[in-house]
Write a protein that binds this ligand. Sequence first.
Ligand code: NAI
Ligand code: A1CAB
Length: 268
Amino acid sequence: MTQRIAILGAGVMGETLLSAILSSGHPVDHLVISERRDDRAAELREAYGVEVTGNAEAAAGADVVLLVVKPQDVPALLQEIAGSVAPGTTVVSLAAGIRIEAIASALPDGVAIVRAMPNTPALVGEGMFGISPAPAVTEEQLAAVVTLLESGGKVVVVEEALQDAVTAVSGSGPAYVFYLAEAMIAGGVAEGLDPETARILAQQTLVGSAKLLAGSEETAEELRRRVTSPNGTTHAAITTFDERGVKAGLVAGVAAAAARSAELSAPQ
Ligand SMILES: NC(=O)C1=CN([C@@H]2O[C@H](COP(=O)(O)OP(=O)(O)OC[C@H]3O[C@@H](n4cnc5c(N)ncnc54)[C@H](O)[C@@H]3O)[C@@H](O)[C@H]2O)C=CC1
Ligand SMILES: O=C(O)[C@@H]1CCC=N1
């Protein structure tokens, strides 16, 4: 039986999920969205032919409810839908730092809660979702959520205690890659390339390297070694990175992101 999906909050990530779920073949008449901004709601109704209703109505009729509002808007949204979500409904929260316990305490017993950390490459169908089910979520409910989110990328299931680590690696991770791109482009320009040529060289190098890594049995370290000729150019670059503590700095950055995630998700 085709599940009825409700997307509550249709900003950037909400539209990304809407578009991905519809592209995967989910019928538009089994999907509803709610959105606080009327102009935004009208825009999406027009673009996707999707039904728009209020939060409570959308949640009441759904098998799976996706919460895609900013973390600070989650408590009010939960209050709004608490009386409408039927036991047996699956509620998936994509809000950074909002704990399963906080969602469970705001909703009726018997609601299956899943916490998910997305990332922005979901915009192009290459997202990474780290998801954590509450203990009462059944295999069947979890499998349905995995299938749903796989329309926007890859999904891994982790214990909730590891959500800070997931946030630090894949949630914030696209920013680290863009940071690397910024540095490669700046370095290329400093060597005399025009900015557009430097951008194309860096961009395609990142795309190609990512595809090579994703499609290879080799580790990242092994793939790096293959590029590195003895005493050649890559060796000169990596030696400089190591001397400047670049890898150690990145590892410390991931730790700082995880620590900040833990702070942000601490019970209030
Ligand atoms: N790891 C990452 O890089 C990303 C994480 N996220 C997560 O996804 C969530 C949504 O983020 P974005 O889509 O970027 O935010 P956004 O601000 O673009 O969209 C949120 C939407 O929710 C609507 N909204 C707020 N309160 C509402 C309510 N009570 N009822 C109905 N609609 C309401 C807003 O009008 C807005 O359109 C966040 O919680 C964020 O943590 C999103 C994008 C990337
Ligand atoms: O920077 C942040 O706090 C959020 C969480 C992961 C990505 N963006």
